[in-house]
Design a protein. Structure first.
Length: 198
């Protein structure tokens, strides 16, 4: 008997169907992009993601770079990005945004240090105290294309609840990530895990 795991399956309300189309698909069912046309407003590009664990026979080292390329394409189309899924990335509360002061130091350009960073982004919390898996690649993706992690900073999940119970442990590997404009209008995010089976 073969154990099957991973992959992605999105479900949407039937009233969205006329405006919904598949945009791109990753290899080995690793991700699926859907485009929601919204008339006069920018289109919403939703990506459901499954990143296989490091060492898995389905491990895909180019997955994050492929996602960065896709997101850059969405941004050139004027679209808005929303990703969700299992990124197999434990990242504690490490920053998911670039700090302009770090950039000024790196470029040796102190004149840019006076640029004010947007202060609308809440500090992110995370109950998971580990860093593992694809953590660095996941954070690089967020920083490279300007996406925010919603977990741990959105009403309903201000503490960054665990999203996975497995092998006798708890961690946070499932995330909702998106364009800052989507985070600003997000009203609720809640991690619901059923711990009665563990």
């Amino acid at each position: 008997m073969t154990k099957h795991s991973g992959g992605v399956v999105p479900y949407f309300c039937s009233h969205l169907r006329p405006n919904l189309s598949q945009w791109k698909e990753g290899s080995h069912d690793s991700y699926l992009w859907l485009r929601i046309s919204r008339g006069a407003t920018p289109d919403l590009f939703v990506c459901v993601v499954y990143v296989a664990p490091i060492g898995s026979k389905h491990e895909n080292e180019s997955l994050f770079q492929n996602l960065v390329t896709n997101i850059a394409e969405v941004q050139t189309l004027g679209g808005i990005v929303l990703l969700g899924g299992d990124f197999n990335a434990c990242i504690i509360a490490l920053p998911d945004t670039l700090d302009i002061s770090d950039l000024c130091e790196l470029l040796q350009a102190p004149e840019f240090a006076e640029i004010k960073q947007p202060s609308v982004v809440a500090t992110r919390q995370n109950r998971d105290a580990s860093v593992s898996g694809w953590g660095c690649e996941f954070l690089d993706l967020c920083c490279d294309v300007g996406l925010l992690i919603f977990n741990g900073r959105t009403p309903g999940d201000k503490s960054g609840e665990f999203t996975c119970l497995a092998n006798g442990g708890r961690n946070t590997v499932n995330y909702i990530v998106g364009s800052p404009v989507v985070w600003q209008i997000a009203t609720h995010l809640e991690a619901i895990i059923d711990d009665t089976r563990y």
